[in-house]
Design a binder for this molecule. Structure first.
Ligand code: PGA
Length: 263
């Protein structure tokens, strides 16, 4: 179990799935499946595509649903000539609370490097939102024994320039790339080991208080079945869920650590 001081965060990264009608249906079903006590014990966020954000915000706020609105990425500038991009201020205006930054799909498919990830992360924090910084190794890096070195570098580069107070409220998601969308999950013990490393790097960067407060998620083929073992580890404070978050039943089951079985 994670420390009682850290409220677990279960986040649904919908990626490029669900149009705004499907998004509305999905959050309405989720709110029907999760009761107030469940949402008090665990913080839940959903990260729909940009075109759905306003619709989901309206449903969450008008129905007083205690699920946080999240985004999947953003630009670092407040505004300007950046065709196709969305600024952190635009997201903050929609009451977005969490923004995923440095997801491996952004890093690998769209060529986002550590420096750009850090620029975006700082802009997210400046706009008053909380970053979910994704880090993790490829299969080749794991087999070469360089997981620790890569994750260490990504955490340092990603969080550079934040105050200890800002680090304390940030979220780091450890997502081994070989486990994303593949049905292969790191064992709970392997995930715990890397999460311990992340926390020790945060301690070096921002001190013991920030390290004790920062929330570290595991991501990569999380399901209602494997979430229980993962959440039993002391340094895993939540999950970043892709595929299994698209179905409200399975995402609700994950958010309740498998207690509410997926149909
Ligand atoms: P997955 O995706 O749960 O489908 O593996 C996780 C992620 O990419 O955040």
């Amino acid at each position: 179990m994670p420390s009682a001081a850290r409220r677990p965060l279960i986040s649904g990264n919908w990626k490029m799935n669900h149009n705004h009608f499907e998004a509305i249906q999905s959050v309405q079903k989720l709110s029907y499946l999760l009761d107030k006590d469940e949402l008090a014990a665990v913080e839940v966020s959903v990260h729909p595509p940009f075109t759905d954000l306003r619709s989901v915000q309206t449903v969450l706020e008008s129905d007083h649903i205690d699920i946080a609105l999240g985004a999947q990425h953003c630009h670092f500038a407040d505004k300007g000539a950046f065709t196709g991009e969305v600024s952190p201020l635009m997201l903050a205006k929609l009451n977005v609370r969490y923004v995923i930054v440095g997801h491996s799909e952004r890093r690998e498919v769209f060529g986002e490097g550590d420096e750009l990830v850090n620029k975006k992360l700082l802009a997210i924090v400046r706009a008053g939102m909380l970053p979910i910084l994704c880090v993790g190794e490829t299969l080749a890096e794991r087999e070469a024994g360089t997981t620790g070195r890569k994750v260490d570098r990504q955490v340092r580069a990603g969080l550079a320039g934040l105050s200890p107070e800002q680090v304390a409220t940030a979220v780091v998601a450890y997502e081994p790339i070989w486990a994303i969308g593949t049905g292969r999950t790191a064992t709970a013990a392997d995930a715990q080991e890397v999460c311990v490393l992340v926390r020790s790097v945060v301690k070096e960067l921002a001190g013991a208080d920030a390290a004790a407060a920062v929330r570290i998620q595991y991501g990569g083929s999380v399901t209602p079945d494997n979430v229980v073992g993962l959440m039993a580890e002391p340094d895993i404070d939540g999950a970043l869920v892709g595929g299994a978050s698209l179905d409200a039943d399975s995402f609700a089951a994950i958010a309740t650590y498998g207690q509410r079985g997926a149909d």
